[in-house]
Design a protein around this ligand. Structure first.
Ligand SMILES: [Zn+2]
Length: 89
């Protein structure tokens, strides 16, 4: 896992992220890569300039069917019900 500084804004909830982490080692984010908003738990995709946009219909279907993405979404939901891990809402 690697983390780098990257300012981005969630297109779903407008949360401003200050970094991005990859579960794929030293992978640098690139256009089309998916990422999950730590605040609302929804999937986003990177644009060419590494801003975030909502996934298109094909990307959303892929994200909903991929087992790793489903597991990450499940863990995010568990974190929201775990005292000490839940975001400040
Ligand atoms: Zn969000």
């Amino acid at each position: 896992m690697s983390t780098r500084n990257l300012i981005s804004k969630c297109p779903w909830c407008s949360y401003e992220h200050d970094r991005v982490s990859s579960l794929m080692g030293d992978h640098e984010p690139k256009e089309g890569d998916a990422t999950m908003c730590i605040d609302c738990g929804r999937w986003c995709c990177f644009t060419a300039d590494l801003a975030l946009r909502k996934p298109d219909q094909v990307e959303a279907m892929w994200l909903a069917s991929d087992s790793d993405c489903r597991e990450l979404a499940r863990l995010w939901r568990v974190s929201q019900n775990t005292p000490g891990l839940r975001r400040g809402k």
